[in-house]
Design a protein around this ligand. Structure first.
Ligand SMILES: [Zn+2]
Length: 153
């Protein structure tokens, strides 16, 4: 089930338009790591990990900037259809537990708005966790746990 969920997530991220999705032949490429680590069909919860990878360049460390549609305005209906195409049925309301990992050495712009800005490397691997809940969409993008509070990076 986790592989099927991952396929649905990758499609969700790389191809928002189902028609485009059908046209797309090659496997979509993501510049961040993405994995579904746990899922429970009964309680509708999916645990997802996004990774800002070491050596890769990103505009900024804000998860909402990169994974916008899981942090704001999640298109639950579309995501559910993608799940169904993979043969996965999840209970309503769906809930994502999202872990965002920053690998040491991931590169971010010092000043994202500025064209001359240089990249700086992330110093120490760390992570934050967020919850996005279909029944309470406005409550998203709140950090519920982090490696700082857990001390386990
Ligand atoms: Zn950004």
């Amino acid at each position: 089930m986790l592989k099927a969920i991952k396929r649905a997530l990758v499609t969700y991220y790389t191809c928002r338009d189902p028609k485009e999705q059908r046209k797309q032949r090659r496997r979509p490429q993501l510049h961040f790591g993405l994995s579904a680590t746990e899922a429970s069909a009964e309680d509708g919860t999916i645990s997802v990990t996004f990774t800002f990878r070491s050596g890769m360049r990103y505009c900024c460390p804000s998860p909402a900037c990169h994974f916008f549609h899981l942090f704001f305005q999640t298109d639950w209906g579309y995501f559910r259809r993608l799940l169904a195409e993979q043969g996965v049925e999840m209970r309503s309301p769906l809930k994502f537990l999202i872990r965002v990992v920053y690998e040491r050495g991931a590169l971010f712009l010092e000043d994202p708005g500025n064209g001359d800005s240089t990249y700086f490397p992330w110093e120490k691997t760390s992570w934050n966790e967020f919850v996005t809940d279909e029944s309470n969409p406005s409550d998203s993008q709140r950090v519920v746990r982090s490696s700082d509070s857990d001390g386990d990076a």
